[in-house]
Design a protein around this ligand. Structure first.
Ligand code: NAI
Length: 330
């Protein structure tokens, strides 16, 4: 039986992870879940929001499914998510964004894959307070990390029959840091003549995404722009409740939805488990449970097509009812 780390998170995390574990079990996949806790409550009892045992668990099992964890805003501990990605060197953040059946959105046939660098940029956490009225953050970009994420994006494009990789920067302003990211992408692009290569500035990219998203295929971005643009892309296909994500490194992979812990709806049976479920389907593919993943995807699509949806995507059922309806279609 495959052992997988399950980080239940907080906010809506416990509700959506319970739903997903139930669905996977109903699909007949036997997983030995190594349940781990992290976040603010854990920080109080164990002194750290991300105790070593969580990292050791992912290292031992090689793969994890993770629910969102709240990060204090403007103060408090460093993001558990950022720390985990850094500790396990999960350098690529993959966020495929495509229309799902039964969810009406402004544009049809959106099919964009966001590849976000996951270890550096402003997320390196190099910040300092100069004095009471001034603070600065260092935007760290290296050729090593930039070339390795570019390689991941082009490799992904080749393996998944994509046509184009478009690198997104603000290299006209951040000439050195974004300039280095761009230069690294240009270098790697030369090794993949079969994939078209395009360059765009991040502000124009946002405008183009909102006006004509169908022109984009694979987007390659440094950490911060990748975070923001992937939420924009989630908005194009119906919102955060359905946007899946994966953090992949050389040795380990952590699958998690794009969204956060949604404290505004936590504990009210309102959360949409779809994003977490779609992330779990990618996790099943990763551990060679493709057939079960495909059956779950079909049941999910059939549920949405039957107009059984949570409120965030225009429906009126709760997380539990949605889960039951999906299980009955497996
Ligand atoms: P959020 O993604 O939690 O919520 C934004 C909006 O989308 C809210 O209105 C929320 O109700 C809605 N939403 C999100 N997921 C949903 C779902 N599954 N079903 C239905 N509606 C959903 O973003 P927010 O409010 O900015 O962040 C809340 C906390 O989450 C913060 O502490 C943040 O640091 C953390 N966060 C954690 C992430 C992670 O663990 N990977 C990623 C992003 C944020």
């Amino acid at each position: 039986m495959k052992r997988v780390t399950l980080i239940k998170g907080d906010g809506i995390g416990p509700e959506i992870s319970e739903a997903v574990v139930k669905i996977i079990q109903a699909a007949g996949v036997e997983i030995d879940w190594d349940v781990q806790t992290a976040g603010a409550d854990v920080a109080e009892t164990e002194g750290s929001p991300l105790p070593q045992r969580v990292i050791d668990s992912v290292k031992a099992n090689k793969v994890a499914l993770k629910s969102p964890v709240t990060t204090p805003i403007g103060k408090g501990f460093r993001s558990v998510n950022v720390q985990l990605r850094k500790e396990l060197d999960l350098y690529s953040n993959l966020r495929p964004c495509y229309n799902l059946p039964g969810i009406k959105t402004r544009y049809d046939n959106v099919d964009i894959v966001v590849v976000r660098e996951n270890t550096e940029d402003l997320y390196a956490g190099i910040e300092r307070q100069i004095d009471e009225d001034a603070a600065e953050s260092i935007k760290r970009i290296t050729r090593f990390a930039s070339e390795r994420i570019a390689e991941f994006a082009f490799d992904y494009a080749v393996k998944n029959n994509r046509k184009e990789v478009c690198v997104v920067t603000k290299a006209n302003i951040c000439k050195l840091s974004d300039g280095l990211f761009l230069d690294s992408a240009r270098n790697i692009a030369q090794k993949y003549p079969q994939i078209s290569f395009r360059e765009i500035l991040v502000d124009n990219c946002c405008m183009q995404l909102v006006q004509n998203p169908n022109q984009f295929d694979v987007l390659l971005l440094p950490n911060l722009y990748g975070d923001i643009v992937s939420d924009l892309c989630a908005g194009l296909i119906g919102g955060l409740g359905i946007a899946l994500g994966a953090n992949i490194g050389k040795d380990y992979a952590v699958f998690e939805p794009v969204h956060g812990s949604a404290p505004d709806i936590a504990g009210q049976n309102k959360a949409n488990p779809t994003a977490m479920l779609m992330s779990a389907i990618e996790m099943l593919n990763y551990i060679d449970e493709r057939e079960a993943g495909e059956r779950i995807r079909k049941a999910l699509f059939a549920t949405l097509e039957a107009n059984i949806k949570t409120a965030d995507i225009g429906g009126n059922v709760g997380c539990k009812e949605f889960t039951e309806a999906l299980i009955s279609r497996l």
